[in-house]
Design a protein around this ligand. Structure first.
Ligand code: TXA
Ligand code: MG
Length: 343
């Protein structure tokens, strides 16, 4: 028996709207060692109070995730960090002041109260303060940090709707809190403060340049970090294939896409195919294809990305085609998720 056992637990999740009574109910459930999925501004998280070790194990079991993968601890705005992290250094404080609440996870030396079960046995902890009003209300009512990975099965696309969580984890967890659709849509930026130079371990809505501007020192971009041998293998988001839908994802240059329509229509006869493109020229494609025309805007694409990949699976699409975004800092996080989805 391992913690990656993914057999159904035969519970049936209650889907709860985020009113005051339900938030209190879920906070009590967390304090008593139950799992609660909840919305954040990035993606839905699968939460357990960090002090409830059996519940922490339950997260790994529900997700089918290896237990040496560390979890992110979520805190309410202004919550005291004493004991949860070793020390709030001036660097950490600057980032907290600039970006919390918001989609930035800080990897720092852990405090003595933070269980190793949360950190995957490491002496560091990933900690963040989300900005979603439901997450904030839940964290305030719970009163201790809440460990929460994305509320999906291991290797699958992160959920951006309560219905996604219900479909994947509804038979394994007791409560799902609903709320406003996540504004960001992809997971938080993770920055490590463990070494002299801060380093982005996972790109997200907050870029290395923004962090650099606040700290006034150079920050290693995710691109630089991933070129370094022995880059932290414990970041599950760093696994080559992750965030995958069932449909085959292709990321193609605009020129390759422009050459596609004829071939495409020939190809898709008799079966459902998927299509997502930002290119204006491709918007008129429809019929038996799913066209999700998005603005050529990285934040809009990030917000819609995972829901679109899931939609493709729901429609039993065989393929989803993306136009390759520019290789700019603004698009780094989207490019990162597309690369993994298509690996
Ligand atoms: O936006 C987010 O960060 C979402 C929402 C729910 O907050 N959470 C999320 O969690 O994406 P998860 O578990 O899917 O990804 C957390 C990442 C993992 O790749 C994990 O390995 C990394 O954070 N991480 C956590 N603690 C770490 C540590 N001490 N050192 C290195 N990486 C760490
Ligand atoms: Mg995840």
């Amino acid at each position: 028996m391992t913690t990656t056992d993914s057999s159904p637990q035969h519970v049936h999740a209650e889907l709860l709207c985020a009113n005051e009574a339900n938030i209190q109910h879920c906070a009590t459930a967390l304090r008593h060692g139950q799992l609660v999925a909840f919305p954040t501004e990035t993606v839905f998280g699968l939460g357990a109070a960090v002090t409830q070790l059996a519940a922490i194990q339950g997260i790994f079991k529900a997700k089918g995730r290896p237990s040496e993968h560390p979890l992110i601890a979520h805190v309410a705005p202004g919550a005291a960090l004493t004991g949860w992290v070793a020390e709030v250094t001036p660097t950490m404080q600057k980032l907290i002041d600039a970006f919390w609440p918001g989609p930035l996870t800080l990897v720092v030396p852990k405090g003595e109260r933070m269980p190793l079960e949360v950190t995957g046995g490491q002496n560091s902890v990933g900690i963040r303060c989300p900005s979603h009003t439901v997450a904030i209300a839940l964290l305030k009512a719970t009163g201790v940090p809440v460990a929460a990975p994305s509320a999906n099965r291991f290797g699958k696309v992160s959920p951006t709707r309560a219905s996604h969580v219900l479909a994947e984890l509804g038979d394994r967890i007791p409560f799902i809190l609903d709320g406003e659709v996540p504004e960001v849509g992809i997971e938080s930026t993770i920055v490590s403060l463990l070494n002299d130079q801060p380093a982005v371990l996972r790109p997200g809505a907050i870029t290395a340049a923004q962090i650099e501007a606040v700290l006034g020192v150079p920050v290693k971009t995710h691109g630089e970090v991933s070129k370094t041998p022995n880059a932290n293998p414990r970041v599950s988001g760093a696994l080559e294939k992750h965030y995958s839908p069932d449909a085959k994802v292709w990321v193609l240059e605009a020129s390759e896409l422009e050459a596609l329509p004829v071939q495409y229509k020939t190809l898709c006869v008799g079966w459902t195919d998927g299509f997502l493109a930002q290119a204006d020229a491709l918007r008129e494609l429809h019929a038996d294809v799913l066209v999700e025309a998005l603005n050529n805007n990285a934040s809009d694409v990030a917000k819609a990305l995972y829901a679109t990949l899931r939609q493709a699976d729901q429609l039993a699409c065989k393929q989803v085609l993306f136009e390759k975004p520019e290789e700019t800092a603004q698009w780094e996080a989207v490019n990162d998720r597309l690369k993994r989805a298509s690996a």
